[in-house]
Every structure is written in C-alpha cells, then in structure tokens.
Design a protein around this ligand. Structure first.
Ligand SMILES: C[S@@+](CC[C@H](N)C(=O)[O-])C[C@H]1O[C@@H](n2cnc3c(N)ncnc32)[C@H](O)[C@@H]1O
Length: 225
C-alpha cells in the first residue's frame, strides 16, 4: 500500500508539497513513509531523529506517518542551529550561504500545531555541540539533512554508533550520479562526508526516485529481532 495516498495522509502530503516545496518532494515523502512503515512492521524499537529540521515540514510528516501507523509513543528528536547554515567548507559548493535557511523552534511548533500534531523534542544548537549529549541512545531511523560536508560528517559520527541493528539512516542530497544520473548534485559535500566516514568500501546505497531525488541509505548490520 502507498501510505502517502491514504485518506489520513494525503491532505497533509498535498499541503506539504504546496507550502514546503523547498525541502519536501513526492519522492522524499514516499521513501520516508516506506522506511517508517518497514521499521514499524519489524517492531524495531528506538527513536527517530532528524538532523537539520528548518521549519519542521519533514518532522511533521514523520510524526503524522508514525501516528497513522499507531506509533504515537515513538519519540522524534530534531536538531538545528536555528541560526541557519554554518559557513561552507572547501568540500562544499556555494549553493547555500552562511545564515541561509534560518528558522526558529516556534516555526517547528507552529508547523505541527497547524495539523494538530505534537511537536517533536527540539534540540537547538550546532550539531557538534548538541549531538554528543542530546541524541537518544537507541535510534531506529535517522534522517540527515544538514546539507554540508561538516554537518553530515558530524551527524554520521554521532548517529551511526547509536543506530540499532537493522536501523536505517537516510542522507538527503547524497548524489551519486554514477549510479543515478538523474540525482540533483548541488551539495557535493554531503556524499564526500559519507565517503570520508565510511571509506572506500562504502555501505551506502543509492535511493532512486521518480524525479531528481538524491538520497543515500545506510542500514546498520545485524538482526533487528
Ligand atoms: C535543508 S534544511 C532542513 C530541512 C528539513 N529537514 C525538512 O525537510 O523540512 C537544513 C537545516 O540544517 C541546519 N543545519 C545545517 N548544518 C547545521 C549544523 N552544523 N548544526 C545545526 N544545524 C545545521 C540549518 O539550520 C537548516 O535549517
């Protein structure tokens, strides 16, 4: 079943695609809904985390999908500087400037309130300051959407060790154009950070969508049972 087209989720999907088209697209919504449905079906415990939450559009989607799966008790933790992007490194493009994509915790709360959903646990601060002490010990699903090399590398460093066996980490803007020539390649630092973290025999796989989706997937080895 395509969860995104169910009666409960379709109106939200349409609203997100209309109001938050900068960060949300049909491919992302479908892929993330499928991952959440899969982990729910397997009974995998653990929290969901999102690194880089901006106005909370994807966090709202995650909450709503989990609620539709009768997973109201599964915690969602989101992390953002709420000062926008840091400075890019030499590994990054100039697609985003420092301070761009600035939002506030109230934006995240308001996005959720619009749809009557409880807000996630919000952690304000730069990833290298918040993640070491504020990540849950057991993570079932992580969505890394920090756009830059340093932000992605920091996210991997702290999330992968806390990912449960069978847990999944999706990295947005991971563009491997050798595998998926359609992938949007505007933030090359993201894949470079994954290559740095995982090394040459990278376990990351490429998720292909209908459009120009650029998404990498890592599944922690080991049994979820
Ligand atoms: C593309 S937006 C996230 C969009 C969101 N995931 C969604 O789909 O609705 C990227 C966010 O990452 C945050 N960010 C990037 N690098 C960061 C860092 N090192 N520490 C904290 N926040 C960071 C920015 O402030 C920005 O809000």
């Amino acid at each position: 079943m395509d969860l995104t087209l169910t009666a409960t989720l379709k109106p939200l999907r349409d609203w997100l695609l209309r109001e938050h088209s900068g960060t949300v697209c049909p491919d992302r919504l479908r892929v993330i809904a499928d991952e959440l449905a899969a982990l729910s079906a397997r009974g995998l415990p653990g929290a969901v985390v999102e690194l880089g939450t901006f106005c909370g559009a994807m966090a709202l989607w995650v909450r709503s999908v989990l609620d539709a799966l009768d997973e109201q008790d599964r915690e969602i933790h989101v992390y953002d500087s709420f000062q926008g992007m840091p400075a890019p490194s030499a590994e990054d493009s100039d697609h985003l400037a420092p301070g761009e994509l600035r939002s506030s915790p109230d934006d995240v709360r308001s996005t959720h309130a619009t749809w009557g959903r409880p807000a996630p646990v919000i952690h304000q601060g730069w990833f290298d300051e918040s993640l070491p002490s504020k990540l849950p010990d057991a993570i079932a699903f992580a969505y890394l959407d920090g756009d830059f090399y340093g932000s992605t590398l920091t996210g991997l460093t702290h999330c992968v060790p806390r990912l449960l066996p069978g847990g999944v980490l999706l990295v947005d803007d991971y563009a491997d154009t050798a595998v998926n020539p359609k992938a949007w390649d505007g933030l090359p630092g993201v894949k470079r950070a994954c290559d740095t973290y995982f090394g040459t025999a990278s376990p990351m796989t490429v998720v292909v969508g209908e459009g120009d989706l650029a998404l990498g997937r890592y599944e922690k080895p080991g049994s979820a049972e």
